[in-house]
Design a protein around this ligand. Structure first.
Ligand code: KG4
Ligand code: ZN
Length: 358
């Protein structure tokens, strides 16, 4: 089945066409992503009103480009999917309304995709990973360890008590004058820094539940930076390296705990899966490899371009839902907030013993 996917929940205007075979990984027929980085850079973060306007201006031609690259007409689509949340509501409205218009005119079903579910299912697009697997989702807005048990069937094993990891990277970059977006810049600076120079805390380390906390680390970093100010280039690199080291240590400890809790509840996962923009970070990927290896699990880490926001993941999640007959009505509302565990899936068949006897 062939699905068009539209993504406008944050600062990427994206559309893609993906083919889902009956079994195994999918095929990306086109994947067009327009980043709004330049529009927001001067403000040091995403400005919701600017983002929504930029989506309005760009979306029609991004979709046209995706259809052209895929060599498909609207008549050849099986469905139109859009991220219906969670995200910045102005952008979500733009993408979802556009998808509704295309669905209405072409007579195709609409699928209102949860953006987090799309991140969660990307490993099946790239690698055909079977359920159940343990997902580490780390983006600008979310940091979660999730048991992915089936389409629309997610249990949160661990989550952040305060900041998301991507947010902590972004705030670190801002504090050190590195600009936006922060993650890639902090990673770049860390390459030439000394990770052992500043002794930063590892919040939640050793705790029996698999939750994260990042705000103490952020405060500690600010105090260290203030103590050595004015900062030289080497100070900035060393602060970035020490920060990234503390984050990778924390991720390693929390994931070990998360995987243990997963096994206790669901048995061995088929894989440890990485998703979200932070999974593009090479130091974090290294740690994920290490934890997977230690626990006898394989690591599935989609290429960085599919870890950050894109349309292919929305199209794929739409196709996965369509395969279960899960479509949405044209009056589906956009949602600024939409936790992953509230996403629903196919009705599971009742166990035989519970069926009424004939
Ligand atoms: O998933 P994503 O593209 O957007 C959402 O938040 O949904 O993730 C963006 C986040 C930002 O906070 C960005 O700084 C972070 O991912 N990020 C990184 C890297 N690339 C992106 N963080 C650390 N290292 C990176 N290389
Ligand atoms: Zn995202």
């Amino acid at each position: 089945m062939v699905v068009l996917g539209i993504e406008t929940t944050c600062d990427e205007t994206a559309a893609a066409v993906v083919h889902r075979p009956d079994e195994g990984p999918g095929k990306i027929l086109s994947n067009v992503v327009l980043s709004q980085v330049n529009e927001h850079a001067a403000f040091g973060g995403v400005v919701p009103e600017i983002a929504a306007r930029a989506h309005v201006e760009a979306l029609d031609r991004i979709i046209a480009r995706a259809m052209l690259d895929a060599g498909k007409s609207y008549a050849e689509l099986d469905a139109v999917a859009a991220a219906a949340g969670p995200g910045l509501i102005g952008g979500v409205i733009v993408g979802l309304t556009t998808a509704k218009a295309i669905a209405l005119v072409s007579g195709k079903p609409l699928i209102a995709v949860n953006h987090l579910e799309a991140h969660a299912l990307t490993a099946r697009l790239t690698d055909g990973t079977p359920f159940p697997y343990c997902l580490f989702l780390a983006s600008g807005g979310h940091t979660q360890i999730v048991a992915v048990l089936g389409v629309g069937n997610y249990t949160i094993i661990g989550t952040t008590m305060d900041d998301a990891i991507g947010e902590a990277f972004d705030k670190t970059a801002k504090l050190l004058g590195l600009g936006y977006p922060g993650g890639p810049q902090v990673e770049q600076e860390a390459l030439r820094g000394n990770p052992l120079r500043f002794n930063l805390p590892r919040p939640m380390h050793g705790r029996p539940e698999a939750d994260f906390s990042l705000s103490g680390l952020k405060t500690a970093l600010r105090l260290e930076a203030e103590a050595v100010a004015p900062l030289t280039d080497q100070d900035v690199a060393d602060l970035c390296a020490s920060f990234q080291h503390a984050v990778t240590d924390t991720v390693m400890d929390r994931l070990r705990t998360g995987l243990k809790l997963f096994r206790e509840a669901y048995g061995a996962p088929t894989a440890l899966v990485a998703a979200g923009g932070v999974a593009a970070n090479q130091a974090i990927r290294k740690v994920l490899h290490r934890v997977a290896f230690e626990t006898g699990t394989v690591l599935v880490a989609p290429p960085p371009a599919l870890c950050t926001d894109n349309g292919a993941m929305i199209a794929w999640a739409g196709a996965e839902r369509l395969a279960h007959g899960l479509t949405d009505s044209l009056d589906t509302a956009p949602r600024a907030r939409w936790p992953l565990e509230q996403v629903t899936g196919p009705r599971l068949p009742q166990p035989a013993s519970l069926r009424p006897q004939a």
